[in-house]
Design a protein around this ligand. Sequence first.
Ligand SMILES: [Zn+2]
Ligand SMILES: [Zn+2]
Length: 314
Amino acid sequence: MFRVLYEVVASLAIVQGAGLPLVLVGSGWLWWRQAAQLEALTRAGAAAERRGGKDATDARAALARLPTRAPLRCPACGAATSLRVDATLCTHCGTRGELPADYTALAQLRPQLRALTSRANRHWRVAHLLTRAPVRWLLTAMIFVEPLVLLPVLLIGSNLYPDTWLDRTLTELGEPVAVVLMGFVLLGFVVWMILFIMLAGTSRGLASKLPGMPVFAELALGTRQGECVACGGAIEYEARGIACLCPYCHVENFRVRFVARRRLEAEARERQTRSVLFAATTILEDLTGTVCVLMVALVAIPGLAAAVYAWMGD
Ligand SMILES: [Zn+2]
Ligand SMILES: [Zn+2]
């Protein structure tokens, strides 16, 4: 029984020791990526700030001044036009007109918002997991498990069973390789213990910095009744629809205020979602940075020093 435990712990010790260079490179890469994302998010935030500079009260007042619905008319002949994906098309003379500005802006915002939301969700979940209490407890427990459980098992086991597959593999590898590997195994215990101390502390400090992931209400389904702005005939339209074609006079009733409000909402959602993504990315950057700095200080610099010393000795 103890022999099995010893072999498991010994394998674990080799992985955590020999894996140090991998952790060094991996944490450096992740850290660099998070930092680059933070910079891009800051730039995107500043750009959005410049675009939608007007404040919320002004925007609401402007919204109230807009008509509820307006007919879409041809800029050339004044006849009714129909909405197309990229333009309006006159049913009378065939002239293509520009789509209403709010409609175009909303159409552009929607896919951006979807992509931003799924990114924010992914980052938020990882940041949430890493700053939750059970993970912190596990990290704190590992601080004591390393020197008080794993290391004694390894030392006692290696004395009790000097002829496991591990010892045979080490003999086959030859003495220089075995010595370096054992050095990494011992270094692994020290480095991982310090790493767990730092991560448990950083995770505790960051826990309060993650805001909740916002939940946005969906628009209600169903239909609404109204009057055509051109002929006064009864029209029925989708509650989520942006326009309604009058069945009597064939004029497109564009929902001016509704689309303008959707645009404002989408812009507000984008800002809120981006700020959550920013907070989550900041937490991930902090954690990966902690690991990377420690690895440089405890593995890369001593490793380089040892290599230089060995080279000078030759
Ligand atoms: Zn026309
Ligand atoms: Zn009509």
